[in-house]
Design a protein around this ligand. Structure first.
Ligand code: SF4
Length: 345
């Protein structure tokens, strides 16, 4: 536990070094102080502009600088977004995330983005966007349109960052997070495990997130999905227990934030996912055929949720938990080819 208001690397590292069961016990204790055990928040993702991104994030198949085999697509129409959002809502999702593979949006893009936000909100869904870097004016405009969350990940520690991304700086990312927070939009920011980072880098990432003026409301912890054609396609696998540890440390350091089990969930077996939930993960993406990184099929999720007694968190959609769960179990969304996970944002 921190002895001052801010976490230090040493304190975070001490958590990583705890015996596994002590760490999990502590994380579960902290989790139960702030959240209902066994309840998770469910989001759905849609790519609204795919590929041809000018940035060079080494893990990302959407970068135009790598040779991953994906079909690029221009910004899609509001009607297509609405159709996907309706399906997500009817299948039990409470938040709809829209991602564009951009360095940053241009002001000319804002009217259509504002329309997307307003239309999705009108369906009773929470809205989230990930569009790259934002300036203060752009963040204000999205906030005024009603955007609830903005995703912009820090990816890794400041020390390791330049080994992964060179086209935008760590400070650029912090500045975007600051613009989002000032605009009154909830912050979604996390990172990726498996980039070749050390345990200190994992601790360093969590220290950065926990020491923001306010910790992120939502923290996606991604396991690298290795995609052929990206520079990290041959990186060594992460030991699942190390991934679970990272979730547990995030839970302890940011007790009130939602910790999202994000990209890479497809490759995890049920037992690993269960331990992640035990360690404090309480948010997932559901119903997504991730563009380049598949997510577990819906019926596998339903089966796991049932086995573990997991219920779906309700928001102000006027649906009860039972109705949300019922929707999840009975109205399985056909897999959409556009849905994906943008790991960096
Ligand atoms: S992670 Fe985002 S910013 Fe980086 S290359 Fe991919 S789409 Fe572009």
């Amino acid at each position: 536990m921190p002895t001052s208001a801010l976490w230090t690397l040493k304190q975070a590292r001490a958590l990583f070094d705890k015996p596994f069961f002590d760490l999990l016990f502590k994380a579960q204790e902290v989790h139960r102080q702030h959240f209902k055990p066994g309840e998770i928040q469910v989001s759905t993702l849609l790519s609204i502009k795919t590929g041809a991104c000018p940035e060079d994030c080494k893990y990302c198949p959407q970068s135009a600088r790598h040779s991953a085999n994906i079909d690029s697509e221009r910004l899609i129409q509001v009607g297509q977004v609405l159709e996907a959002a309706r399906k997500a809502r009817d299948s039990g999702s409470t938040r709809f995330c829209m991602g564009a593979a951009w360095r940053n949006p241009y002001d000319r893009d804002l009217p259509v983005l504002e329309e997307m936000i307003k239309s999705v909100k009108a369906l009773g869904l929470e809205t989230c966007m990930t569009l790259g870097m934002l300036n203060d004016q752009q963040a204000d405009r999205l906030a005024k349109a009603g955007l609830d969350f903005y995703n912009h990940n820090l990816d890794t520690s400041p020390e390791f960052y330049s080994s992964i991304v060179t086209t935008r700086s760590y400070q650029d990312r912090l500045d975007t997070l600051s613009a989002i927070r000032h605009a009154g939009i909830k912050v979604c920011s996390g990172g990726i495990i498996g980039l070749g980072e050390t345990i200190n880098d994992r601790a360093g990432l969590l220290v950065q997130l926990a020491n923001l003026v306010e910790p992120p409301d939502s923290i996606p912890i991604n396991m690298l999905v290795k995609v052929r054609g990206t520079p990290l396609s041959n990186t060594e696998d992460v030991e699942p227990f190390d991934f679970i540890r990272t979730i547990a440390v995030a839970r302890i350091m940011m007790p009130k934030s939602y910790v999202r089990l994000s990209a890479g969930r497809e490759s995890m077996n049920d037992q690993t996912q269960a331990l992640c939930f035990m360690a404090g993960a309480n948010s997932v993406f559901y119903g997504c055929k991730l563009l380049t990184t598949p997510n577990p099929e819906e019926d596998r999720d339903i089966s796991l949720f049932n086995k573990l007694g997991i219920t779906i968190e309700r928001i102000s959609t006027n649906k009860s938990d039972a109705e949300n769960m019922d929707a999840l179990t009975t109205k399985i969304v056909p897999i959409e080819t556009r849905q994906y996970y943008n790991a960096a944002g």
